[in-house]
Design a protein around this ligand. Sequence first.
Ligand SMILES: CC(C)(COP(=O)(O)OP(=O)(O)OC[C@H]1O[C@@H](n2cnc3c(N)ncnc32)[C@H](O)[C@@H]1OP(=O)(O)O)[C@@H](O)C(=O)NCCC(=O)NCCS
Length: 159
Amino acid sequence: MVKIEIVPARKSDAIDVFRLQKEFDAYLQSLTTKKRKNYAQKRQKAFMRYGFGKKRLFYTLIAKKGGVPVGYLCYHFGYDPDEMLGPVIHVVDLFVSSYARGQGVGKLLMKRAADICKKKGGFAVYFCVWDKNKSAIKFYKKLGAAFDKGAPFMHWFIA
Ligand SMILES: CC(C)(COP(=O)(O)OP(=O)(O)OC[C@H]1O[C@@H](n2cnc3c(N)ncnc32)[C@H](O)[C@@H]1OP(=O)(O)O)[C@@H](O)C(=O)NCCC(=O)NCCS
């Protein structure tokens, strides 16, 4: 069986992440008839700046199958002042290339994020999922995740 490993991304992995992000964009576009904005270039610049620069805000894990990058997950640390009081991890991006799906790669990525959180004394992995993305919802539910129906996610664009 071909070995799957989860490793922290290095700057040199960015090119592979960008390739996977392009596939991710195509996947998300396939879920809607509305034309989605293409902001790949802007996102790549931000990815390098905030994912590897001096003012780092997030981290990336890469899934390699037989040495070939087939998926990635981006996360950042946070803190939840409610319920159990403590550190949490926010997963902000998760993707596995279509040909590598159904082999446990997504689960390994999520479990690694959970382990990193636990090592910080944390208790939960938080993430959002698009309601049109039924397949991902099934995957997350299989992991044991649930919707927080009483607290819908909001955003406030300030720039
Ligand atoms: C969602 C995604 C990351 C799952 O990755 P994956 O590598 O295919 O998932 P895994 O093989 O690790 O599956 C883990 C478990 O979830 C189950 N599962 C995965 N996708 C499923 C689906 N669509 N329906 C039902 N169960 C599913 C698997 O059967 C497996 O079950 P098991 O633990 O009993 O064996 C992947 O399908 C993907 O990248 N999708 C497109 C991008 C996306 O939607 N990202 C999430 C954005 S919020």
